[in-house]
Design a protein around this ligand. Sequence first.
Ligand code: DX5
Ligand code: ZN
Length: 233
Amino acid sequence: MAVQLAPSILSADFARLADEAGAVAGEADWLHIDVMDNHFVPNLTIGLPVVESLIKHTSLPLDCHLMIEHPDRWATVYAEAGAGNVTVHAEAAQAPVRLLREIRSAGARAGLGINPATPVEPYADLLPEIDMLLLMTVEPGFGGQPFLDLVLPKLRRARELLARHGGAVWLQVDGGVSAATIERCAEAGADVFVAGSAVYHAGDPAAAVRGLRAQAERATAGAAWAAGPGQPG
Ligand code: DX5
Ligand code: ZN
């Protein structure tokens, strides 16, 4: 049950992306890339050409979070470009099963993202098709928003669904994750943590990742969901 940290470059200096990736390369597990199209979310960030360039300049695997309409048309291209994970939103995908299979066939891990107001239960049958479930803990679109505690009960239910499923699906949280909130996420069942402003607005991004990881590991060690089978709790 390893804790993983994925700093989001949305809060980094876009004119110095390779350096900003390098600043966390020794500490992070993934580099989280927020692709936004100004349609699915009211913000416009970066697309495939930047991802293709960044892949050549970082040792970290890229976790591409597509907040775009028509992911059925575009997501597989990110996998073909070499992204380690491609997450598409349930609210945007037309044919999620086909799309998730295409992402995996193109060599990437397949992620399914759901917004704060989207229930997780309707997607329980899709768990065999995914490698990671992303629960947004803010409305997607911008960094630096306050964490939505109302997602925590859904996080617990998602962890229970994953336990029943029995596979090795990771559970990611994204939005407002910081020193003040990461322990709540870990206790509720998250094991992959995206953090944008908490990392890149810190004086020392690598130290920020180290600190967040230590907090998440401590909270996970005390969490009932992480106890092995047959153990109390
Ligand atoms: C928001 C993005 C997040 C964003 C998180 O829609 O998906 O990845 O970078 O930023 P913070 O950690 O500042 O909330
Ligand atoms: Zn994101």
